[in-house]
Design a protein around this ligand. Structure first.
Ligand code: UD1
Ligand code: CA
Length: 458
């Protein structure tokens, strides 16, 4: 099969978003809008994907990363101009070019595949994806001849009143033969109502040069039109959320209130897991089977083992083992790795901590930059003092240690296997194996003391 390349136009600002950020970076279920388009292009078989950037282009590059190629369009002189900026990129490519907009996150790979197949089957220089709109105002209209073949595209602002009645519009999604496109691009001029280089003019050039143009009419107008303002953005997210949640329910995941479960497009979830309301699962998160996630939880870029519960808590860039119990109201941060049957209970923050099997941090603790062995019990209110204001230091707690409540572990420090730390200790040096570490002022009871209240009452 011929090579497929994709070019995604994303240089515009998206003025109606009223945002300092480019439209294509507005998130939908935790991913920039543009990610849905690059995913669809990839799923349709595109090997190389380039994005035309302009407005806040550095931000787009930073958000989307190095797997894509970027082409600068410093001034937005029209869709044709955007593709002209890709001349060098296209000079290296052969086969077909899929052209998409970065702001159409609902586009389906199947639709793109149909368009590519049509283009290949008809040998057209360009195939256009079209749709019918109840209110076609603003869009380019598809002009067909008496034989029902596409004979041109007329922009709304250039259209006659007769042409404006046409309800079949150009979606802006095309599949081109790269060689034919390159030739037609050379003929583009900005002689039109908007003084722009219209990409749509390449079709007139194709027809003028006796080349074929094909059209694919899709009934799914919703999927090919992007959101233009924040209200449409919210509707788009709701649509995606509903589709993703339906898919997971079909796969055996329980989502009792799908309207309040937000699951990103790259998340994976095992069977018999329940996702309770008010929960956000984003990024490259993988959740096992038989888990209870939520209510009111947020999990990003994390792995959650089978049979683990996360309730009223946040988990960020962490790897939780099976049969863990997290929450309520805890914050599991980056670099945390837990083994089986670990408990991180209520009001606990952990960061960059490895915790071995059966260990528990049940209440109100902060554990940072620590190594915790198996069968360890961390008493309520225990704090690792990991930061001296300049550097972070590690705390090592070996197997079967018991840390009494309200302990401060001043890192770097090690508590050896089987040791006990007395409640209220501030531990600054190693506690040997099986020893009792006690580091607090001794209690004194002053029996002759008279309280101010008793004194006043005299
Ligand atoms: C374009 C089509 C129109 C079609 C409509 C569908 C042309 C001339 N017209 O309209 O037929 O019905 O899309 O939405 O192509 N962009 C750039 N650089 C530019 C201009 C645009 O990257 O210089 C990007 C924008 O970021 C956006 C996309 O191209 O993602 C479409 O731009 P927009 O201005 O919305 O499209 P129109 O030209 O109005
Ligand atoms: Ca548009």
């Amino acid at each position: 099969m011929e090579k497929l390349t994709a070019l995604i136009l994303a240089a515009g600002q998206g003025t109606r978003m009223k945002s300092k950020y480019p439209k294509v970076l507005h998130p939908l279920l935790g991913e920039p809008m543009l990610r849905y388009v690059t995913d669809a292009a990839r799923a349709a078989g595109a090997e190389r994907i380039a994005v035309v950037i302009g407005f806040e282009g550095e931000r787009v590059q930073a958000a989307m990363g190095p797997e894509l190629e970027y082409i600068w369009q410093r001034e937005q002189l029209g869709t044709g101009h955007a593709v002209l900026m890709a001349r060098e990129f296209l000079a290296k490519a052969t086969g077909e070019l899929l052209v998409l907009y970065g702001d159409t996150p609902l586009i389906k790979p199947e639709t793109l595949c149909e368009l590519i197949e049509l283009q290949r089957a008809t040998g057209a220089a360009g195939a256009i994806l079209t749709t019918r709109m109840q209110d076609p105002a603003g869009y380019g209209r598809i002009i067909r001849n008496t034989g029902n073949e596409i004979s041109g595209i007329v922009e709304h602002k250039d259209a006659s009143s007769g042409e404006r009645i046409i309800d079949e519009v150009n979606t802006g999604i095309y599949c081109f033969t790269i060689a034919a496109l390159r030739e037609a691009l050379a003929e583009l001029t900005p002689q039109n109502a908007q003084g722009e280089y219209y990409l749509t003019d390449v079709f007139a050039a194709f027809i003028g040069n006796g080349l074929k143009v094909a059209g694919l009419l899709t009934g799914d107008a919703e999927a090919v039109m992007g959101p233009n303002d924040r209200a449409q953005l919210a509707r788009t997210e709701a649509f995606l959320r509903e589709a993703i949640n339906q898919r997971w329910m079909a796969e055996g995941v329980s989502i009792p209130d799908p309207a309040t479960a937000y699951i990103g497009p790259h998340v994976r979830i095992g069977r018999d897991t329940t996702v309770f309301p008010g929960t956000f699962i984003f990024g490259k998160t993988v959740i096992g089977s038989d888990c209870v996630i939520g209510p009111q939880s947020r999990i990003v870029d994390s792995t959650i083992g089978d049979n683990t519960e996360v309730q009223y808590s946040q988990v960020f860039q962490a790897e939780l083992g099976p049969q863990n119990n997290i929450g309520p109201y805890s914050f599991v941060r980056q670099g945390t790795v837990t083994a089986a049957r670990v408990k991180i209970g209520g009001f606990v923050e952990v960061k960059n901590v490895r915790i071995a099997e059966e260990s528990k941090v049940p209440h109100l603790s902060y554990m940072g930059d620590a190594e915790v062995g198996r069968d360890v019990n961390i008493g309520a209110g225990t704090i690792t003092c990991n930061y001296d204001g300049v550097s972070k230091h590690r705390t090592i707690i070996e197997d079967e240690v018991f840390i009494g409540s309200n302990t401060n572990l001043v890192a770097p420090v090690t508590v050896r296997a089987g040791a006990t730390v007395a409640a209220g200790s501030t531990i600054t040096k190693e506690v040997p194996a099986k020893a009792l570490g006690i580091a607090r002022a001794r209690q004194e009871n002053l029996t002759e003391w008279v309280s101010p209240k008793d004194r006043a009452g005299k």
